[in-house]
Write a protein that binds this ligand. Structure first.
Ligand code: TEU
Ligand code: CA
Length: 537
């Protein structure tokens, strides 16, 4: 019988196509490259792959600006190549999630070209158009995530249009029923082509406030002095109105109904610094909504301490107990966590194990399995428009988007025979896949073992998570289902630590992950970054 719950507790591997594997020497990764490297992905033991956008696009935001949702950009290949990719994944038992960017299109999408041509054409209301204020300024104070006003003047319609991201990414108007229908058709197109689900970009931006009310400024004490205003004044506004409208759920319900017919699943990206977990709960709390919500709490700048993680899960319990999170430490938008949190390899391993013990689904970003640090990208090599705008206060997202390193011998790390669109980091070469394959102590093997550990314990995948607490630097919690109860402890520190076992009899497991067992004094003596994994007997 079909497993409708396959997504619950699944391990997802994120591929950024531009930087995974180039097969035709143009310096840009492509779909056939992903198909060719599918055995590597499968070797990790993951359940699914999420592929960042490969649709037709002018690439102003590297594919997150789509000009044709139902075709492949020639830079990445063709629809036939996509069929090859799906077949290669399915042969290896891997589900394929594609990245649907439905909140906005590219300004070059035919829908937008038509919409901007006049105020009375059939797609006139497909985007968010509004008149200027009497003094000619934008309709309200909404800001773009990528800097400046979220409104762009259009001289043909003599109106402003809304863009939450780049001005080349106009926001679709979800209040228009035909827009929703058109987007559901896009989803169906790909489901019919065999995809197993979606990563949904910025789902809390779908519906805007119809009344276009001003966002209140954030109270001074809640402002983040590091991120604003030099980096982005966006973080100094309380985004009450420009995103997260209740009608978002109506659209998600329609999408869910469609996905059910295909046994597909979706992970929605909820980006909200202020109410992230609450929204996660609202969007995933029912079986008529989306399946998983991508959580930002472990993508934050500071290394999560034991007490921080315990607080996060207390909050999950309070506002999202019925919801389902998808946890990630790294992705294509933030500096790689090995650098962001200044981890040693031991720290990286410890967090890798911790992630696979958490309740929720989990998401790895390409290169994470190699323990890659953030790459240094010089200003001259910068590609990310976000980085170009805020350099040097914010260096943009290119440092996590440099090409994968497959072989150390080749100067482009086996990524491309041509000149890569972003330079391969020389610092990365000694961590290339073939190097680590030969070294049993390498981090790559640790990732495989951590994922295998999760898959060998149903309680880790789907069980309850209870008694989470911080004992100094040690994070402690239990995972349980009807068959087994596990106790997990992680010493998130460069210093050793001691912690007690819970009541009862426990047997040490996870030795292959460096798990500690009870010492003669009955307590757990943990080395720096050491876990203790035990099963109730
Ligand atoms: O990212 C949305 C995004 O920028 C969030 O991570 C944001 O930082 C957060 O909502 C702030 O609270 C997605 C894609 O991942 C990114 O690559 C795109 O540039 C963006 O959407 C626009 O499509
Ligand atoms: Ca290529």
């Amino acid at each position: 019988k079909t497993d409708t719950d396959w997504w619950r507790g699944a391990v997802i591997y994120q591929v950024y196509p531009r930087s995974f594997q180039d097969t035709n020497g143009d310096g840009i990764g492509d779909l056939l490259g992903i198909a060719q490297r599918m055995p590597h992905i499968a070797s990790l033991g993951v359940d699914a792959v999420w592929i960042s956008p490969f649709f037709t696009s002018p690439m102003k935001d590297f594919g997150y600006d789509v000009s044709d949702y139902c075709d492949v950009d020639p830079m990445f290949g063709s629809l036939a190549d996509f069929d090859v990719l799906i077949a290669s994944a399915h042969r290896l038992g891997i589900k394929v999630l594609i990245d649907l960017v439905l909140s906005h299109t590219s300004e070059e999408h035919s829908w937008f070209k038509e919409s901007r041509a006049s105020r009375d054409n059939r797609r006139a209301n497909w985007y968010v158009w509004a008149d200027a204020k009497p003094d000619g300024t934008p309709p309200n104070n909404w800001l773009s995530i990528f800097g400046g006003s979220a409104w762009q003047w259009d001289s043909t319609r003599c109106q402003y249009y809304l863009h939450n991201f780049l001005q080349e990414q106009p926001d679709l108007n979800f209040h228009e029923p035909d827009v929703q229908t058109a987007l559901l058709e896009v989803a169906q197109f790909w489901l019919d082509r065999g995809v197993d689900g979606f990563r949904l970009d910025t789902i809390n931006f779908y519906v805007h406030d119809k009344q276009l009310r001003d966002n209140p400024p954030l109270p001074e004490e809640e402002r983040n002095p590091i991120t604003a205003p030099a980096v982005n004044p966006y973080t100094w506004q309380n985004h009450l109105y420009d995103k997260t409208q209740p009608e978002n759920l109506d659209f998600l319900r329609k999408l869910r109904t469609l996905m059910n017919d295909y046994n597909a699943a979706a992970v929605g990206e909820v980006g909200d610094d202020q109410r992230g977990l609450e929204i996660l709960g609202q969007y995933t709390g029912g079986d008529d909504l989306i399946h998983m919500s991508y959580a930002f709490e472990l993508l934050s700048g500071h290394m999560p301490t034991a007490s921080y993680i315990a607080d996060v899960f207390e909050k999950v319990e309070a506002v999202a107990a019925q919801g389902w999170a998808c946890w990630a430490f790294s992705n294509h938008d933030v500096p790689r966590h090995a650098s962001r949190w200044q981890l040693s390899d031991a720290g990286t391993r410890c967090f890798a194990t911790l992630m696979q013990c958490l309740r929720g689904s989990t998401c790895l970003y390409q290169g994470e399995e190699l323990g890659l640090p953030e790459a240094d990208v010089a200003f001259e090599d910068l590609q990310d428009p976000y980085g170009k705008r805020f350099w040097p206060a914010f260096k943009g997202r290119d440092g996590c988007r440099t090409p994968m390193v497959w072989e150390p011998s080749n100067q482009n790390g086996g990524f491309s025979s041509g000149s890569p669109w972003l330079p391969v980091s020389h610092e990365h070469l000694n961590r290339a896949v073939t190097n680590q394959e030969q070294d049993p102590a390498a981090i790559l093997h640790h990732y495989r073992r951590a994922i295998a550990f999760r898959h060998s314990h149903e309680a880790l995948r789907k069980g309850a998570q209870t008694d989470m607490s911080a004992d100094g630097t040690v994070l402690r919690f239990q995972r349980a289902n009807e068959e087994e109860t596990l106790f997990c402890a992680f010493n998130l520190s460069f210093e050793p630590a001691v912690t007690d076992l819970p009541e009862g009899k426990w047997r040490q497991i996870g030795i292959e992950l460096g798990s500690a067992g009870p010492a003669p004094d009955g307590r757990l003596h943990l080395g720096p970054w050491q876990p203790a994994l035990l099963m109730r007997v």
